[in-house]
Design a protein around this ligand. Sequence first.
Ligand SMILES: NC(=O)c1ccc[n+]([C@@H]2O[C@H](COP(=O)([O-])OP(=O)(O)OC[C@H]3O[C@@H](n4cnc5c(N)ncnc54)[C@H](OP(=O)(O)O)[C@@H]3O)[C@@H](O)[C@H]2O)c1
Length: 301
Amino acid sequence: MIKVAFAGVNPADWKIRAGHLDVAPFGLELPLTVGLDAAGTVVATGEKVTKVKKGDRVVSGTNLFSNAKPGSYAQYLVVNEQRVAIVPDHISLESAATIPTAGITAWQALFASDKGGLSKGQGTKILINGASGGVGSFAVQLAKWAGAEVAATCSSANLEYVKSLGADLLIDYKTQNIRDELIKWSSNGIDLIVDVISADSLEDPVGLLRKGGKLVSVATLTDDGDVETSIAEAKERGVTKVLAFMNDLNFGEEIQQLIDIVKVGNLKLPPTEAYDLDNVVQAHEKLETGRVRGKLVLRVK
Ligand SMILES: NC(=O)c1ccc[n+]([C@@H]2O[C@H](COP(=O)([O-])OP(=O)(O)OC[C@H]3O[C@@H](n4cnc5c(N)ncnc54)[C@H](OP(=O)(O)O)[C@@H]3O)[C@@H](O)[C@H]2O)c1
């Protein structure tokens, strides 16, 4: 059992709360306590638990397609030890709460064999569409860590921030033409697009890719377009399109892997803005604008 100090706030939380997601297909029933990510301190363990002990600082999470239900907007959370990673002393629990959903979604979108399939050191050219939010902040840095060349879209307000994440080519999606900038950067097309915005945020994304390239669209569950048709059309044009859903099968291990990359200095956790749990309404209102840089978290007392 974890005494929650900070709960991560993710777009899925407000989409559930606002009734945009039919929760039944995920095996969830209303009413429910929202919240996928939590960081805090272990206050009790079951008899068979070996990985953590009382007093350990930990981070944990779940997702919608999971045998563990949401519920991290709470003072206490009971989780399986396989979903838990230890937070080292130099990482605050506030920062750790940013990792599970955003970090692992980015990790899997880039590296999972059924998604981006990126290997380290291939010199791949990647576009991260939506680089300044939760998922994008991890994706840019992890792609750089893997040795890729990274183009990243953001608005002018976030150019400096996205540059600080290590992006090689910054494209201001409000004032620049994304296609023109990418063609100047890589005339034969790029290898991989990770799109965390929506089906229609890029004009003809398949046309930006080289033959054999991949388009990984992180599923928004509200704005994914006609998925079957777009996957079939991409295939006809020699490109693989994947609608990506984070899975939490190896959550604890994958979160630990990200923490290890943080430890060696190759990943900075996103900047946070913390709200008291009592002010969750304001946090959701802010996230719903779609303008958050980094991550919002809730401080649980
Ligand atoms: N399927 C899954 O398993 C899964 C998992 C995690 C997340 N998701 C989904 O992935 C999406 C992204 O999640 P997130 O946590 O990264 O969201 P987020 O943190 O709320 O993203 C906000 C960021 O998006 C940027 N943005 C908005 N419109 C943009 C555009 N047209 N082009 C480029 N950047 C734009 C904003 O920057 P500006 O202010 O500069 O515009 C802002 O910094 C959400 O729809 C979420 O539900 C799905």
